[in-house]
Write a protein that binds this ligand. Structure first.
Ligand SMILES: [Ca+2]
Ligand SMILES: [Ca+2]
Length: 268
């Protein structure tokens, strides 16, 4: 009986505490020392920014090229944009990565990037041709840096089947120095990043690559029951079942050329 009474007392105490706590948050029953609502500072104005799509109005009209049915893994990615002030006028210019399709690539591919110069009043002009950015292929990504420390930002474009390095000559004119620099790579390069990994004052280049894809011998959609099906549904093959490709690290030698050093630096 004593034990039962203790439990009852405990329940009563707990109920009382709960009731007191609830009373403190009941509207209109504010605690004595709280600030009256009229004197409280108003809630801060909303800080969520609003955006307007001005792409068409600004002249940014290039279409990203892709295959809607995506029957092959190489068709399932690419695209993106980069920012560069290619003429050092203080206004950012825009690089769009264009993409391609299996059929178009077999026929020579597409311009890997489109460069838009920012003019006055948020208007942009397509200057790809006059800028000399003429390499065709299958663009996947872009990275911008001044790799030769001449004060002008240069462009590196990744793509399936080969990448491109464009040296900025000034005033948004570029020279294709891919072969001279030795950074063409090849394979299925998806992304790239510049960074001075050995802190010698010259930016080096890291290139990430994906899986091995032979454009002349593509794995057929839905063909392999292990790698081209998802819960019984026929899908594009990969990345499972496809051999991976290694990433690359190009060391900047400072004379306009690079050396691929990824294997030298990897500990086995
Ligand atoms: Ca500019
Ligand atoms: Ca430069």
């Amino acid at each position: 009986m004593r034990a039962l009474l203790s439990v009852w007392k405990f329940s009563l105490s707990l109920g009382l505490l709960t009731a007191i706590a609830l009373a403190q948050v009941v509207p209109g029953k504010a605690p004595k020392n709280s600030v009256p609502q009229a004197l409280q500072a108003p809630p801060p104005a909303t800080s969520v920014p609003k955006f307007e799509d001005i792409g068409q109005k600004a002249g940014l009209t290039v279409a990203h090229i892709s295959s809607p049915d995506k029957r092959y893994i190489v068709e399932s990615m690419s695209g993106g944009v980069g920012l560069i002030d290619c003429d050092n006028d203080g206004k950012l210019d825009i690089i769009a990565v264009n993409g391609s399709t299996v059929q178009r690539y077999r026929e020579g591919g597409d311009l890997m990037i489109t460069l838009y110069h920012q003019d006055e009043n948020l208007k942009f002009t397509d200057i790809t041709k006059s800028a000399g950015l003429s390499r065709k292929g299958w663009g996947m990504g872009v990275a911008v840096a001044d790799y030769d420390n001449d004060g002008l930002q240069d462009i590196y474009v990744t793509g399936y089947g080969g990448n491109a390095l464009y040296h900025n000559l000034g005033n948004c004119k570029f020279e294709d120095v891919t072969d001279k620099a030795g950074v063409g790579a090849g394979g299925f390069s998806t992304g790239a990043a510049w960074g001075d990994y050995d802190r010698d004052g010259k930016v080096d280049l890291f290139v990430s690559r994906y899986v091995h894809v032979d454009i002349d011998n593509l794995p057929q959609f839905g063909n392999d029951p292990r790698f081209c099906r998802f819960k019984g549904v026929l899908v594009q093959c990969g990345p499972w079942g496809l051999p991976g490709e290694s990433d690359l690290l190009f060391h900047n030698k400072g004379d306009g050329t690079f050396e691929e050093v990824s294997k030298n630096l990897c500990s086995q």
